[in-house]
Write a protein that binds this ligand. Structure first.
Ligand SMILES: NC(=O)c1ccc[n+]([C@@H]2O[C@H](COP(=O)([O-])OP(=O)(O)OC[C@H]3O[C@@H](n4cnc5c(N)ncnc54)[C@H](OP(=O)(O)O)[C@@H]3O)[C@@H](O)[C@H]2O)c1
Length: 286
């Protein structure tokens, strides 16, 4: 039995779907019963619980061989780091109490660092506390290809691809269906002590390469429009993101540029996804 969190999100849905297709027993954790209904219809057990609720999560983990966990984004939180720490600490206690043998954790490129990586410091903390509670496979994913989805309409309409990253900077990038598939494989593989998978797509595209792919998809020239890091906070807050969260993103972009947000490689297993840039972007553009 595998416990899967975040099934209404990008990656958890793929993890649960992949395991259900393989005939595995799955228990999904959702915040309301209606969100679990599509999974119940496919044969999953549904537990209504919040990841902050230690007692409910201890019950959710009971008897399971592994769980897929993530730290959900909190775009409007004034201090996401302070808010997520107690959630992750409670989850780690629940894992320990339930004697859960294995956690596959969605982590991030750059999670080897406790600072200088923006929101990634939260998954750094998650790796530490969960790793002290059980065997953890940390799936350190590259930049989500889905992060480009918000600016594709501009590329289509105006031929412009705004980017906070330099146009020629290669960025390890991965599509979330690849993450879900690799995480499902890691759950089935089972506990193997501390494991770190560094997961990117087939190539590490530059923003220029993303613009070229967008150009092929939309049948028009598309050019990268670089924006300075000073524009990160005003841009993100204009879309309703809290100032604290926007500052974390600014720190993350700075970390990508200065090389802090990079692979660790030392003890990690590098894995390449299957979904290429054109295929992934085409799916986001449709
Ligand atoms: N974006 C990137 O480039 C990038 C790169 C590497 C790693 N990451 C990591 O990816 C993670 C996000 O993964 P994702 O995109 O799959 O997530 P997502 O699509 O934003 O989904 C979040 C999921 O968590 C659930 N959730 C939220 N709060 C919850 C709570 N209190 N209790 C239980 N469930 C809760 C949501 O359910 P509801 O439907 O109830 O809201 C949803 O299913 C983050 O940890 C981030 O660090 C991101």
């Amino acid at each position: 039995m595998f416990v899967i969190a975040g099934v209404t999100g990008h990656t958890g849905e793929v993890v649960a779907g992949t395991l259900l297709e393989q005939g595995k027993k799955v228990r999904v954790v959702v915040r309301s019963a209606d969100k679990g209904a599509p999974f119940a219809a496919r044969g999953a057990e549904v537990v209504v619980a919040s990841l902050e609720d230690e007692a409910a999560m201890t019950r959710a983990f009971a008897g399971a061989t592994g769980a897929y966990l993530l730290s959900p984004p909190a775009m409007t939180s004034p201090d996401m780091v302070a808010e997520r720490r107690p959630m992750l600490d409670a989850l780690a206690r629940a894992v320990k109490t339930a004697k859960l043998p294995h956690v596959v954790l969605l982590s991030s490129i750059g999670a080897q660092h406790a600072a200088g990586n923006g929101p990634i410091k939260v998954v750094h903390h998650a790796e530490q506390v969960l790793g002290a509670a059980t065997a953890v496979t940390a799936v350190r994913a590259g930049y989500f290809l889905e992060n480009w989805a918000g600016v594709l309409p501009l590329a289509k309409k105006d031929g412009v691809l705004p980017s906070f990253l330099p146009a020629t900077k290669p960025v390890p990038t991965v599509s979330t269906p690849d993450i879900g598939r690799v995480a499902a494989e890691a759950l089935v593989a089972g506990a193997r002590g501390r494991r770190v998978i560094e997961l990117a797509g087939p190539t590490d595209p530059t923003p220029n390469a993303v613009a070229e792919a967008a150009s092929r998809i939309f049948g028009r020239p598309v050019k990268v429009q670089e924006a300075p890091l000073a524009a990160v906070v005003p841009t993100f807050t204009s879309f309703g993101v809290s100032e604290g969260m926007a500052r974390l993103f600014q720190e993350m972009y700075a970390g990508v540029i200065d090389g802090t947000v990079a692979w660790e490689l030392r003890d990690a297993e590098p894995v390449r996804g299957r979904i290429g840039l054109d295929e992934g972007l085409r799916a986001l553009a449709s």
